[in-house]
Write a protein that binds this ligand. Structure first.
Ligand code: ZN
Length: 268
């Protein structure tokens, strides 16, 4: 069983991809289920995502909130998505939308996630080159620490390893029991030799500084960022990098089931 915890569909540049194409890619890569993110940036607000993914049980919808947009979804609407089990978490894009993860504009949504035991996923680290005007200061993984300390019951995923701040990401995951990371979006397209070497180094840094060898838990989730990164290539590149079967199991399945509180996996 493999769960890809970070993919997108989208209907406008810079990202155009359909659920059908995602299912095809998953089949080719040997991926059983995936979390799919909504995003205003891609012309895919949460309502549209839910419409597109209805009747596709392999694809878990993750809503998105842009708290500073002229008309963000109301708390009542987001609560309905969560209470009815329509979404498995919320994705936030602070580097593209200019707020810190601990700012008051986003806090009420985060408190709802605590209430329904679902995670907040923050785009972290490097920003997509096709998205103009993004600001890294809002996307640095270190900024997650303040939020994680203030809301210790909120499960948080630092997306993209916080690339290239792997050590900072590992430290925030080590220090806060409620913080995890995913390894998605390391490359545009396929892994070249240089990317493979850098990914292996990043993984080693994360494992070492989050003291996996002491605590026996990876706190890292498998994610690709498809369609930006190639799923089959990701599978090939990362599959050989884990030293124990427990690490592999946590990485590919266990952490995702726990963090997203997925209970209906047997139906997949
Ligand atoms: Zn992404």
């Amino acid at each position: 069983m493999v769960i890809d915890c970070h993919t997108h569909i989208g209907f406008k540049e810079p990202l155009i991809a359909s659920p059908g194409e995602l299912l095809e890619s998953m089949k080719k890569a040997g991926i059983d289920a995936t979390c799919v993110f909504a995003g205003e940036l891609n012309g895919c607000p949460t309502e549209k995502l839910l419409e597109e993914l209805s009747h596709l049980p392999h694809l878990y919808p993750i809503g998105s909130v842009s708290p500073l947009s002229p008309s963000p979804p109301s708390l009542a609407v987001v609560e309905e998505w969560l209470a009815s089990g329509k979404i498995y978490g919320l994705k936030f894009y602070p580097g593209y939308e200019f707020y810190y993860p601990y700012d008051s504009c986003v806090r009420p949504y985060l408190e709802l996630l605590v209430k329904y035991n679902k995670p907040a996923i923050f785009h972290s680290g490097d920003t997509y080159s096709k998205a103009q005007g993004a600001k890294l200061k809002y996307a640095h993984p270190f900024e997650i620490d303040e939020l994680a300390s203030e809301l210790p019951d909120l499960k948080i995923i630092i997306a993209h390893f916080g690339n290239p701040w792997f050590r900072d990401t590992a430290e925030v995951c080590l220090k806060n029991k409620n913080v995890y990371s995913d390894c998605s979006g390391f490359v545009y397209g396929s892994f070249q030799e240089r990317d493979k070497r850098m990914f292996a180094e990043a993984l080693e840094t994360f494992m070492d500084y989050s003291l996996v060898h002491v605590f026996g838990r990876t706190k890292l989730l498998f994610g690709t960022d498809w369609p930006i990164s190639d799923q089959s290539d990701y599978m090939k590149c990362v599959s050989e990098l884990f030293s124990t079967s427990q690490e592999r199991e946590d990485f590919f399945v266990g952490n995702a089931l726990e963090v997203f509180d997925i209970k209906n996996i047997s139906n997949v």
